[in-house]
Ligand binder design. Structure first.
Ligand code: AMP
Length: 392
């Protein structure tokens, strides 16, 4: 939606170039499937054999911190990207020296650390929930006093899907939570608890030339701290949707991001937006774009890192994305093998994406379904009728 051309001199890698991906999970797999259709070649560096991405790309089987393997990737690829944030710092530096890594390592350095990330968001002029840095028990008492309860204590590194955080509901519980998380040995941050109406996210893309586009916001529901559904269009006003897209673009611009930047936000009851987290990569809440938008987040990422013009992101159909976890997979496969009269009656088109993971553990992301619909409520009714996600 925003189109700023800053530099004409950025490198451009047209179809036929080889893209190296650090990490071989589902994000790399879907990036490869999309980029392969555009004529790119892919090599993934990933320790687990026959990985989701390794099934569709060439795979170098080696640890993420294996410098020789990283050097091989650098030699064989024109462009290097990553599909997870916790890229080893030395490998990132080596690749930046010996290969073309358009995303650089600065964005990773910032988003790997909650405090650095919050400061970067604030520097872009975008609000985050009030917070305090915590380095001692004294800091903790003062911060709880200042922010009030409830509040949320988080480790600044290593936390994902709700791990490494505690909600503090009364002052007495504060010190216990502090001691528990401080024992993990990372710095901590205390945030005011945001009584949000809903959570939304916007995926922004920026290419090295400075062009920025954003996807329509997704309204996200988490269960057990794992994304369960994304509803698009998000059920917030169109003004708020536009504002969310503008904030995401502002952050991408201010941080000089290249590639995708997923921006997660809280929407408060009075319509205020607070940014909670960033992810400099394709994001689970952007999977809906695969069938519902004129361009998927994966195609846009490939375009951005290869220096191509970014493509249109308009929403072609209302959609609900539902994640398929280990505990859902059997029932889902069964359901897709038969005629689905519920889908026919509700007028929805379910599109299944599976990631090729061998072992179906509880809570493990095995795939997702994009439910194309006329009205998002029909897709939510379908989810309900299947009984597959019953307790969620
Ligand atoms: P995070 O790891 O920061 O993405 O947090 C995981 C989930 O915890 C978020 O998606 C929210 O549902 C909830 N959460 C995190 N921080 C806050 C906060 N400051 N206020 C309210 N809920 C929060």
């Amino acid at each position: 939606m925003i189109n700023k051309l800053i530099s004409e001199s950025a490198k451009v890698f047209p179809s036929g170039a080889t893209i190296g991906i650090l990490g071989g999970g589902q994000l790399g797999r879907m990036m490869t499937l999309s980029g392969t259709a555009m004529g790119y070649r892919f090599i993934t560096l990933e320790p687990t054999e026959n990985s989701p991405c390794g099934q569709v790309a060439r795979q170098i089987v080696a640890g993420y911190d294996d410098q020789n393997a990283a050097r091989q990737l650098a030699e064989e690829c024109d462009v290097i990207t990553y599909e997870f944030e916790n890229v080893d710092a030395e490998v990132a530096a080596l690749l930046e020296n010996e290969a073309y890594v358009p995303q650089g390592s600065r964005l990773l350095y910032t988003t790997q650390h909650r405090l650095r990330e919050k400061r970067a968001i604030e520097a872009a002029g975008v609000p985050v929930a009030p917070y305090r840095e915590i380095t001692s028990a004294e800091d903790m008492s003062a911060a709880v006093e200042a922010l009030g309860v409830p509040c949320v204590l988080k480790t600044v590194t290593g936390g994902y899907d709700g791990k490494g955080q505690r909600v503090i509901r009364d002052r007495e519980a504060a010190l216990e939570a502090y001691e528990e998380l401080a024992s993990l040995g990372t710095e901590l941050v205390l945030e005011q608890f945001v009584a949000f109406n809903c959570e939304i996210s916007v995926i922004a893309a920026r290419n090295p030339q400075g062009e920025i586009r954003t996807f329509p916001p997704a309204e996200n529901v988490h269960v057990n701290n794992i994304l369960h559904t994304s509803v698009v269009p998000a059920r917030v006003s169109s003004e708020l949707q536009l504002e969310a897209q503008q904030l995401a673009a502002k952050i991408a611009e201010s941080m000089g991001a290249v590639g995708l930047l997923a921006v997660e936000m809280f929407v408060t009851r009075d319509g205020q937006l607070y940014v909670n987290e960033l992810a400099p990569r394709p994001h689970n809440s952007g999977h809906y774009t695969m069938e519902a938008c004129s361009t998927s987040q994966f195609e846009q990422h490939v375009r951005a890192i290869c220096g191509l013009p970014l493509a249109d992101t308009c929403l072609l159909s209302p959609v609900v994305m539902v994640n398929v976890l280990g505990e859902h997979i059997e029932a889902v496969i069964d359901r897709f093998a038969k005629k689905d009269s519920d889908a026919d009656e509700l007028g929805i088109v379910p599109k299944l994406h599976l990631y090729g993971k061998a072992e179906a553990k509880t809570g493990r992301k095995m795939g997702h379904i994009n439910l194309l619909c006329h009205d998002v409520q029909h897709a939510l009714d379908w989810i309900d009728k299947t009984n597959i996600w019953r307790n969620e």
